[in-house]
Design a protein. Structure first.
Length: 208
């Protein structure tokens, strides 16, 4: 059969290409040779997501670093990363299979605690200042004297305590804020469960 001829022809072609490359490289300077070699080195894939044109390069680098975090990637749809002009926002959100909070309480569920602790693993190694925000959906609370404002604030402080336990220094925290339902993650869907979340804003600057 003729299959061996095809294989032999491929071998000769590859051999000729090798000798041609050696001939070309032998006639260039060491600097040019290094540049040619660099073109053949494997390069890491660009895993950063698209950002708007007005986002500074520093934000893009920080965004890429956070998207490369294996700990954050393992959280799947429970974490939303957003590049902003002055930093990167990490939203830890409620999902159907992974509720973050106990109903109408500031306490985190075991799943919610694990998610905040996972974020702490990544954030503890950065020098950047942080802001922590608590958010709720638009459903009101039955009890008098305790509204979504208090609820979101309690949740933000619960996250702060867990981040501190995970190695995030208190000195890096610029603010801990409860925003109730004023900033829904999904505009036009104020009752969506994903609006119940903790937002960790990673600022470009170091700690105050």
């Amino acid at each position: 059969m003729g299959t061996w001829k095809i294989a032999y022809a491929d071998f000769l072609t590859a051999l000729m290409a090798f000798f041609l490359l050696m001939w070309l490289v032998s006639g260039v300077s060491p600097e040019s040779r290094a540049a040619i070699a660099a073109e053949f080195k494997p390069r890491p894939a660009d895993t950063s997501l698209a950002t708007t044109g007005d986002v500074p390069v520093e934000t893009d680098r920080l965004f890429s670093l956070l998207t490369l975090s294996e700990v954050l990637k393992a959280a799947g749809e429970s974490i939303v990363l957003t590049a902003e002009p002055d930093g990167v926002r990490i939203d830890l959100v409620d999902t159907e299979g992974r509720p973050l909070f106990e109903s109408a309480r500031g306490a985190l569920t075991p799943e919610g605690r694990a998610l905040v602790e996972a974020a702490a693993v990544t954030l503890a190694g950065l020098p950047n200042a942080l802001s922590i925000e608590g958010h709720t959906d638009a459903f009101g609370l039955a009890g008098a004297g305790y509204s979504n404002w208090e609820l979101s604030s309690d949740r933000a402080h619960e996250a702060r305590r867990l981040l501190a336990a995970g190695g995030v220094a208190d000195e890096r925290v610029r603010a801990v804020t409860g925003l109730a339902d004023t900033q829904p993650l999904n505009p036009g869907e104020p009752h969506n469960a994903r609006n119940r979340r903790i937002s960790l804003k990673v600022h470009l600057g170091a700690q105050p």
